[in-house]
Design a binder for this molecule. Structure first.
Ligand SMILES: NC(=O)c1ccc[n+]([C@@H]2O[C@H](COP(=O)([O-])OP(=O)(O)OC[C@H]3O[C@@H](n4cnc5c(N)ncnc54)[C@H](OP(=O)(O)O)[C@@H]3O)[C@@H](O)[C@H]2O)c1
Length: 229
């Protein structure tokens, strides 16, 4: 399968949380990122052909996904949104960088038309939900060879499950927030069997100001089936 090199970057608290509570913007914990981490994040954006973030993150965070902390070109913004119900005042629909809203055949035509009227491209990719394997083939075909994914946890589960993730980079912030309802890196339905575990091999460790960066290669291998319960 021809697909872009796909790497994930997430900022995470010391207790493994992506945001304060479910439904709350991660921009609050991102305020605790060191300048060095922000520069790293934006260099990674500038070195990527495209950046992908789930539709719910756009609805909650209203992310820009542009390059600001360093000089460089902003990548193409890819937003999977199965029903094309992205708020029309979202920052990613502005003119600061190109955007592709990826949707499914279930998306109402009026939603698609409203996005196109703003001059933003819509790619239909999948029957009921966005089909990520097909999306990767389509992105490769239009010249996207390096894709950065900045979450959230639902999208991360889906691309992991489809074995599309090559690398994960975590910026560990030295803060703890607790809360059983605070989202962690990967959500979705989770593995059903121990043979489904995704393994990661440590590639590198770096200090970014007061934060720690860890980089992992993802390894897909099947072991003997062993029930979780
Ligand atoms: N700390 C960090 O690094 C970081 C980074 C990003 C986000 N976050 C946080 O994560 C939270 C949002 O995460 P989230 O998990 O709710 O949302 P998400 O992963 O950003 O987006 C999930 C949405 O993607 C859409 N989608 C498209 N195709 C899909 C498919 N095949 N399968 C499943 N969903 C598909 C679904 O909406 P449709 O049904 O409409 O398609 C789904 O609701 C926010 O609080 C945000 O602040 C933190």
């Amino acid at each position: 399968m021809k697909k872009p090199y796909l790497f994930v970057i997430s900022e995470m608290t010391l207790d493994g949380k992506l945001t304060l509570r479910r439904g709350v913007s991660s921009k609050i914990i991102m305020n605790y990122m060191s300048k060095e981490s922000n520069i790293f994040l934006h260099k990674e954006r500038a070195s990527s052909d495209a950046i992908m973030v789930g539709c719910n993150t756009i609805k909650i965070d209203n992310s820009n996904l542009t390059v600001r902390y360093v000089k460089g070109r902003s990548p193409i913004r890819i937003i999977p949104c199965s029903f094309a119900d992205i708020p029309l005042n979202s920052n990613v629909l502005d003119k600061s960088a190109p955007t592709i809203i990826v949707t499914s055949k279930k998306a109402p035509a009026k939603n698609i038309d409203a996005i196109r009227r703003k001059g933003v491209e819509v790619m239909v990719c999948g029957e009921d939900k966005v089909d990520f394997k097909l999306l990767m083939e389509n992105l490769y075909a239009i010249g996207i060879k390096k894709l950065m994914v900045e979450g959230g946890p639902t999208i991360l589960w889906n691309i992991l499950k489809d074995q599309l993730v090559d690398e994960i980079k975590i910026i560990h912030l030295p803060i703890l927030i607790g809360g059983r309802d605070a989202p962690s890196l990967v959500e979705g339905e989770g593995i059903k069997d121990l043979s489904d575990i995704f393994f990661a091999k440590l590639k590198g460790v770096r200090v970014l100001g007061k934060d720690l960066l860890t980089e992992y290669k993802i390894i897909y291998k099947k072991s003997t089936r062993q029930s979780l319960v």
